[in-house]
Design a protein around this ligand. Structure first.
Ligand code: GLA
Length: 388
């Protein structure tokens, strides 16, 4: 498993030398948080993510033959393949890498195989997008190694397509975008329809971003995720019967949902209602940030949680408990579940001077109510994917 205190760049460099007797090119590719705007990317709305100080490091070098030799430091596991025969591995981690090779082969014929070692301190399954970080590291690495001349946005799309087509999770573009485009001390306000983005400064000295990890990993999370996406698409098609100009929930409004979805499919109606309100909430939240009104922004985070819990139904009792435990605490500006859902972390904006006491209080309560020790990550906003 990943080790939060390991010196990954050094371990990877050394392991690479030991296994392949070569010097590796090392790429660092970060995980992400998202302040507000959940499940909006595939609905063509906006999101507000940032890359963080937890990352995958990937060491890579060309081979003279066609072989692909990969080694995962954290799983102490290897996998071999061939650039002319890219098929799913039957395990999970090699598929994030092979999926990227598969995508790149659609536009380039690769003439060499490669050796690869990777590992990192992004906890897997915690909703911090370790898989997107690995895909982005891989796309970035092959671009460098083989001089493929891709733009940053191409690398994002390659990572997302690998996940959609090879791994089979129909994720949106947020995670890969945040990993590649991350900027220190800035959030990214991304319009997922046009892919236009602006960097929003975020470096409030007296506020820290704390993630509380439930350590719950829901085995049905991927299928439930794909199902939510289908339900949103169904909502769009119901509205389209009357408003053909509506191409996604970004173009829909509550009146349309009330008129054309509510009586046809109550579940789809609740899903779409969440999305339409969250799009508005994100835009209002960005105005709060412009005005430096974190108090108002924080309230919206709690509202997002309520929507994800009651309407979108992607929360779970452990996430709800962690939000409930901080809800009335004046030191917590805002909190909500983060990412796809069904486990993983809550994101909390907390007054700096209060974090030690808060962590103790919430950890103790979580342990006594669930029998599980939660994990805590104090995150900083960092640069996106690059050579380490
Ligand atoms: C996962 C997906 C993203 C996004 C979030 C929810 O992280 O990979 O594309 O949909 O869930 O906001």
């Amino acid at each position: 498993m990943n080790d939060p205190i390991r010196d990954y760049p050094k371990s990877i460099r050394n392991k690479f030398k030991e296994l392949f007797e070569q010097e590796a090119l090392i790429i660092r590719s970060p995980g992400r948080i998202n302040l507000i705007g959940e499940h909006l990317d595939y609905n063509m709305g906006f999101v507000l993510p940032a890359a963080i100080n937890k990352a995958i490091w990937l060491g890579i070098q060309k081979r003279d033959d066609n072989m692909i030799n990969m080694y995962s430091l954290d799983y102490d596991d290897n996998y071999r393949s061939n650039i002319h025969d890219i098929t799913p591995s039957g395990k999970l981690w090699p598929d994030y890498i092979l999926g990227v090779v598969d995508q790149i082969k659609k536009s380039h014929s690769l003439k060499h195989g490669f050796n690869l070692v990777f590992g990192g301190d992004i906890p897997a399954g915690a909703g911090l997008s370790s898989s997107a970080a690995l895909e982005c590291a891989m796309a970035y690495a092959l671009n460098e190694l083989f001089g493929l001349d891709y733009e940053k946005i191409d690398l994002v799309k390659i990572g997302q397509a690998a996940e959609n087509e090879f791994v089979g999770v129909k994720c949106g573009i947020m995670d890969q975008f945040a990993s590649i485009f991350g900027k220190k001390e800035h959030l990214i306000r991304l319009d997922c329809r046009s892919l236009e983005y602006v960097y929003v400064p975020f470096h409030a000295k007296d506020i820290k971003i704390l993630l509380f990890d439930t350590r719950v990993k829901h085995s049905l999370a991927d299928s439930a995720y794909n199902q939510r996406r289908e339900q949103c698409e169904k909502g769009v098609s119901l509205v389209q019967e009357y408003h053909p100009e509506v191409k996604s929930l970004r173009d829909a409004n509550q009146v349309m949902l009330d008129s054309y979805v509510k009586t046809v499919d109550e579940t789809v109606y609740r899903r779409c209602t969440y999305v339409v309100s969250e799009i508005k909430r994100l835009l209002n939240g960005c105005e709060d940030l412009e005005k430096d009104d974190l108090i108002s922004f924080g309230k919206r985070m709690f509202q997002t949680h309520a929507g994800l819990k009651d309407l979108y139904e992607v929360s779970c009792s452990e996430l709800d408990l962690l939000v409930d435990l901080v809800k009335d605490n004046p030191d917590v500006i805002g909190a909500r579940m983060m990412g796809g859902g069904f486990g993983g972390c809550t994101i909390n904006l907390v007054k700096s001077e209060a974090i030690r006491g808060l962590i103790k209080k919430v950890s103790d309560a979580y342990l006594s109510k669930t029998g599980t020790e939660m994990l805590v990550y104090e995150v900083e906003i960092e640069e996106g994917t690059r050579i380490s």
